[in-house]
Design a protein around this ligand. Structure first.
Ligand SMILES: CCCCCCCC/C=C\CCCCCCCC(=O)N[C@@H](CC(C)C)C(=O)O
Ligand code: ZN
Ligand code: ZN
Length: 492
């Protein structure tokens, strides 16, 4: 017989202390109503320093109301940081185990009403879905983390491994030095070295930033779980052209608007180089190869030969294109003061998301080489290098805990693959604390759902939210292990 592997914990220990993730009908109704209530509080981040502070304060009170056990448990310390971020320190019974961190953010991007099937802050339930800004990005995680902890505490759970829950209030703001999450605020702004008494740096860290992906790659038969072990960098570049204003009845050959518009057009028409094969994507596809139908399975099992074809195919779709190159998005254009005045200044902002094989400086140089116009001034507003790749081998506790929890909560998912997050997350501020940074939201995501993130009709199914709570309920208990997990538990 196959020897019983210790796995994360021996079976006897598991049976003795494991709390089953079964919730009563009353608990299930209560958790979805709590999410609806959270969505109804418009915690919108507009620009640096421009938040809905009334809503953020209300949200803090709301958490106390819906999660009373969390707030009255003696081994849980709650701190408000930067006025509206929240840091929970959950003290485990075994101080020898390094803590971990669960990250989510309270703030959401604005949501104008137009295009929404229901008002974006109504939290209305329709056909099994809860609609609203923040249902996927990222109040679902805020509420699921606290809900799972509340349900565990009600069942007399006492953690062995300490952990932090950091709920930031300005994740959606790009601003130098902003407090992007409670832990940052508490543990110092830049060095992130915890002050005495705050325990060792976190051992692993789980944030938003990927999902169980369903339907993103043609010919991929089944959904798979992608755990983002890195994330792209970013460069927010403001381009500016200044000219002498004058009467529009005698205009120059080109105005500041025309010069800048031509420069922006050149940038849009000249994509950054395709970097397929020099980032985590190739590894993701190799792990998925046998999940594809013929002939894709032959192609992905022989990327040494077919990589030029695959790299071209990946360019066709906006999302998979974002995996093979640094993307260029012209997101703002401001110019002109009056219809009969030659515009003194034109400004355009470009949001680059940098592929892990490139650096901020390389992208900046490429952009200048594409614009090739000395009249265009370049101003870097904000820049982050692509993040290092977190370990995902059999010894990587964080990755294996996520994998193990996925396999127990989503038994139908048979592929868990490392990947890269095409967006930025607060986790980029924590590279000083740990190398084990993983981004995964335990939810199925289809392309049409992705368009709801920062878009219209953002929604989460009631079932998906309940499963997210279940995942965290299981993950927190799994994290109590003192052993390194065996990535492939032997079946008896
Ligand atoms: C090989 C398989 C295909 C992969 C498809 C990937 C589909 C997209 C999956 C995940 C994207 C993550 C989106 C959720 C996190 C977004 C967080 C966010 O909005 N961050 C802001 C932060 C900024 C500093 C304000 C951002 O703009 O990135
Ligand atoms: Zn987010
Ligand atoms: Zn977002």
């Amino acid at each position: 017989t196959v020897p019983r592997s210790k796995g994360l914990r021996d079976a006897e220990h598991q049976r003795a202390s494991r709390i089953p993730s079964q919730f009563s009908q009353e608990e299930r109704v209560a958790m979805k109503e709590s999410l609806k209530g959270a969505i109804q509080i418009p915690t919108v981040s507009f620009n640096p320093g421009e938040f809905n502070t009334t809503a953020l304060a209300e949200f803090g009170e709301y958490m106390h109301k819906v999660f009373p056990t969390v707030f009255r448990t003696s081994f849980i310390q709650h701190e408000v940081v930067g006025e509206y971020s929240h840091l929970f320190t959950v003290q485990g019974s075994d101080p020898s185990l390094q803590p971990y961190m669960l990250l989510a953010h309270i703030d959401v991007v604005p949501a104008p009403d137009q295009g929404w099937e229901v008002p974006p802050f109504s939290g209305l339930e329709r056909d099994g879905f809860i609609y609203g800004r923040g249902t996927l990005d990222n109040k679902n995680s805020v509420m699921a983390i606290l809900q799972a902890l509340e349900l565990l505490l009600i069942r007399n759970y006492i953690p062995r491994r300490s952990f932090f829950i950091a709920l930031g209030h300005d994740e959606e703001i790009v601003a130098p030095g902003s407090i992007s999450a409670g832990v940052r605020g508490t543990w110092g702004s830049e060095d992130l070295s915890p002050p005495p008494g705050k325990g060792c740096p976190a051992r692993l860290h789980v944030d938003e930033g990927s999902f169980i992906l369903d339907g993103f790659i043609p010919s991929l038969k089944k959904p798979f779980a992608m755990v983002s072990v890195s994330e792209k960098g970013s460069l927010d570049l403001m381009m500016e052209v200044n000219m002498t204003p004058g009467h529009s009845s005698a205009p120059p050959k080109e105005t500041s608007i025309g010069i800048l518009a031509a420069a922006v057009s050149r940038l849009e028409q000249t994509p950054m180089p395709n970097m397929f094969g020099s980032g985590p994507l190739k590894m993701t596809l190799q792990q998925l190869a046998n999940e594809f139908s013929f002939p894709a399975n032959v192609i992905f099992n022989n990327l040494w030969l077919f990589w030029p074809l695959v790299s071209r195919l990946m360019e066709r779709d906006d999302i998979t294109n974002a995996l093979v190159r640094t993307t260029t998005a012209v997101t703002m254009f401001n110019a002109g003061i009056k219809v009969n005045v030659i515009p003194p200044v034109a400004q355009a902002t470009v949001n680059f998301r940098i592929h892990p094989a490139q650096t901020v400086q390389e992208v900046l140089k490429l952009a200048k080489d594409i614009v090739v116009d000395d009249r265009v001034q370049f101003h870097v507003l904000e820049a982050f290098e692509p993040l290092p790749v977190s370990p995902f081998d059999d010894q990587a506790l964080g990755y294996q805990l996520i994998r193990q929890t996925i396999q127990s909560v989503f038994p139908e998912i048979n592929i868990v693959a490392p990947g890269i997050c095409i967006a930025q997350t607060d986790s980029r501020h924590y590279t000083n604390l740990t190398t084990g940074i993983y981004r995964f939201n335990p939810l199925y995501l289809q392309p049409q759902d992705f368009s709801g993130i920062h878009g219209i009709n953002e929604r989460i199914s009631v079932q998906a939210f309940e499963t997210q709570v279940k995942f965290l309920f299981e993950f927190i208990q799994n994290a109590d292990t003192e052993q390194r997990p065996v990535s492939h538990l032997h079946e008896l």
